[in-house]
Design a protein around this ligand. Structure first.
Ligand code: PLP
Length: 470
């Protein structure tokens, strides 16, 4: 058994290293599309087994052309971290250990590392130190976890126990949310039974920041439980809601204030960007991802809740066969809607140790600087317009000077040309009626030279589109 494991892990190691070595020089896009990948893998259900070594080799070879170079240095399409080597190595150990990280008794070491990582995260992000953190699959689920805790507390305060009695007949909970919130929050609202449409939408400014006056006006006439959903890091502009004002309004109206900070919450980890999050510590719950700026391998998100009892109330399950724990001991399973779970705390523990507080601050700061440099380079080229105030790692640009339809066609053509060229990878989105190219810098593999090469490639693609007459 151990010889077989050694052989297979050795094979996997060779494939993994070859893949990662190719990222800096290879094309920054998959070499085949989904349909080609599906054809490559498609086969009748095997009636008999195959030699495991053959499978690992075959899997790596067949997958390779269909892999998106997300951990590479010039992947900018979405906010996706680079699965830093120490996190990958720690995650390999997690798989090899085969631990169920739900309880102290099912894995004392995994539970211990998660508890330490919880403490470190609260320190790094400078959030209330007695908050509880659910280690989830990502920010989407983490939003759902935090909002479930908000549902528990706001309804308990109104005399209704939603965890025991559900939502039928419960007092209505008013949900107030900025007009430029991320789609995942609506998915979370849908999941917890609040509905994605049953919200009060609060107007935002040109960067997507919630307008406090609009929030105050909307909150004024409401009675009963309320949840305000704010945002740290708008997906297109990177903008931050004005938390101090939002928290003051929340307190005045007895509302739970939640923050989706899937990537933006990490601005708190660097002294130079902390001001963007001023007042955020007064909120009730916060979400961020490990698999974005912390560079953790997928999947890894954090649901951070000040009111630990509300979080536990919303998530805990009981049965006589489940391990009992000493009063006050932290049970990983009770923080997420999962019983058996992966030891997500392990790569987080390893990454925070590897980077340290200063390493994380430097990484975030470096990416924000790269975004400014990118914007300066692109904005200096005639016909390219930077459409946001670059405050963090996000920038959006449009191409062309004609009417809106012509600009959209030009921007789409540039995105297509950039992807085909393969120097870097970028994708599009709509912002304030304008089709834009989004550039998110969040990979620990990216260097200053990568930004220059990528800016050159984007400008070249734009010139090519222009000479083609678009
Ligand atoms: C602001 C924001 N919230 C939530 C999410 C969802 O995160 P995840 O993909 O980890 O579920 C994202 C993803 O990009 C995001 O940018």
């Amino acid at each position: 058994m151990t010889d077989a494991l050694r052989t297979l892990l050795g094979q996997a190691l060779e494939h993994a290293v070859a893949y990662r070595e190719g990222l800096a020089t290879g094309l920054a896009r998959p070499l085949e599309d989904y349909h080609a990948s599906r054809d490559g893998f498609s086969a009748p259900l095997p009636e008999t087994g195959t030699d495991p070594g053959t499978i690992i080799d075959d899997l790596a070879t067949r997958a390779r052309p269909g892999l998106m170079p997300t951990p590479g240095p010039r992947f900018f399409a979405w906010v996706m971290g680079a699965s830093d080597p120490v996190g990958v190595a720690a995650d390999w150990l997690v798989s090899a250990w085969g631990q169920n990280a739900g309880y102290q008794s099912t894995s004392p070491a995994a539970a211990a590392m998660e508890e330490v990582a919880e403490r470190w995260l609260l320190d790094l992000l400078d959030l209330p130190r007695d908050s509880g953190i659910g280690f989830s699959t990502g920010a989407t689920l983490a939003n759902g976890i935090c909002l479930a805790a908000a549902r528990t507390r706001t309804l308990l305060n109104a005399g209704w126990d939603p965890d025991a009695d559900g939502l039928f007949g419960a007092p209505p909970v008013h949900v107030l949310i900025g007009a430029d919130a991320h789609s995942s929050v609506f998915s979370s609202l849908q999941l917890i039974g609040f509905g994605r449409k049953r919200v009060i939408t609060i107007d935002t400014d040109d960067q997507g920041r919630m307008l406090p006056a609009a929030l105050e006006a909307a909150s004024g006439g409401l009675s009963g439980p309320k949840i305000i959903i704010a945002q740290a890091g708008q997906i297109n502009t990177g903008a931050f809601d004005p938390f101090a004002e939002i928290v003051a309004i929340g307190k005045a109206h007895d509302a739970w204030v939640h923050v989706d900070g899937a990537f933006g919450l990490w601005a708190r980890a660097t002294p130079k960007r902390r001001h963007l999050t001023a007042g955020i510590e007064g909120c009730d719950s916060w979400v961020t991802d490990g698999h974005k700026w912390l560079q953790a391998p997928y999947d890894c998100g954090f649901a951070i809740v000040r009111d630990r009892d509300a979080l536990l109330g919303a998530m805990t399950q009981w049965s006589s066969y489940l391990p009992s724990v000493a009063q006050g001991d932290r049970v990983p399973s009770n923080y997420v809607p999962e019983l058996s779970r992966r030891a997500r705390g392990v790569p987080v523990y390893a990454l925070i140790r590897a980077f340290g507080r200063s390493g994380i601050a430097d990484l975030v700061e470096q990416h924000c600087g790269f975004a400014v440099r990118f914007a300066d380079r692109l904005g200096a080229e005639p016909g390219i317009v930077v459409r946001n105030a670059v405050v963090i790692n996000q920038l959006i640009v449009s191409f062309g000077t004609g009417d809106s339809a012509a600009r959209k066609a030009a921007t789409e053509a540039v995105i297509g040309a950039v992807q085909l060229d393969g120097t870097c990878f970028a994708a599009g989105a709509s912002w304030r009626g304008e089709w834009v190219m989004r550039l998110s810098i969040s990979s620990s593999a990216t260097t200053a030279a990568d930004i220059e090469i990528s800016a050159d490639a984007i400008i070249a693609a734009w010139r090519q589109v222009q000479s083609a007459g678009l």
